[in-house]
Design a protein around this ligand. Structure first.
Ligand SMILES: Cc1cc2nc3c(=O)[nH]c(=O)nc-3n(C[C@H](O)[C@H](O)[C@H](O)COP(=O)(O)OP(=O)(O)OC[C@H]3O[C@@H](n4cnc5c(N)ncnc54)[C@H](O)[C@@H]3O)c2cc1C
Length: 148
């Protein structure tokens, strides 16, 4: 595997994962100096005092922004997957049938029922969590941990 960033060891390197915000020097808020030095990164609204060590700072890898473009990067083994919120919806039959219905692009060769068992497998494997809303638009998820 080719990786430009540092190795991140599971658990050991999640140095703030179990630190409550009140135990951080700025109670979880980004210090003014950091926000001034990283205007592009900070406007994404996802960086906190507790996770900023997993983000590339503006000066480390500047980019020319001809049109508004917020680029959030994480250079480490695991990339930004270390930061994601485990929010992953299934596509529904509405999504799989949209191309055919609207005459756009190519019709999907599969429908929701074909993919549903694989969704269930991946959700368990990856530990996807969230609400089991089971609405028509978002089919029932097989979450390993549920919020309600
Ligand atoms: C705070 C946060 C919350 C999120 N929450 C969710 C969520 O709930 N649900 C969801 O679906 N998505 C979420 N996302 C988005 C999701 O995490 C990313 O879309 C996903 O991780 C991107 O995967 P990727 O492999 O394309 O890129 P990355 O995860 O960014 O991986 C790219 C990898 O390539 C490496 N790399 C870069 N340049 C080079 C080079 N020149 N040579 C070698 N290696 C290189 C990097 O170091 C990195 O390891 C979230 C993102 C953030 C930041």
């Amino acid at each position: 595997m080719l990786e430009r960033g540092r190795n991140v060891e599971h658990f050991k390197d999640y140095v703030t994962a179990n630190t409550p915000s009140w135990d951080l020097p700025h109670r979880g808020q980004l210090p003014n100096r950091f926000t001034k030095e990283n205007p592009q990164l900070c406007r994404a609204g996802v960086v906190t005092e507790g996770n900023r060590h997993f983000f590339v700072q503006d000066k480390e890898h500047p980019y020319i922004e001809e049109k508004p473009f917020t680029w959030v990067r994480g250079y480490q083994v695991g990339g930004k997957s270390l930061l994601w919120a485990r929010w992953t919806q299934r596509w529904s039959d509405l999504d799989f049938g949209a191309n055919a219905k609207e005459g756009a692009g190519v019709d999907w060769p599969v429908r929701y029922k074909d993919i549903a068992p694989w969704y269930a497998y991946v959700e368990k494997f990856a530990g996807i969590s969230g609400n089991r809303d089971a609405c028509h638009r978002c089919p029932t998820e097989n979450f390993s941990r549920q919020w309600k």
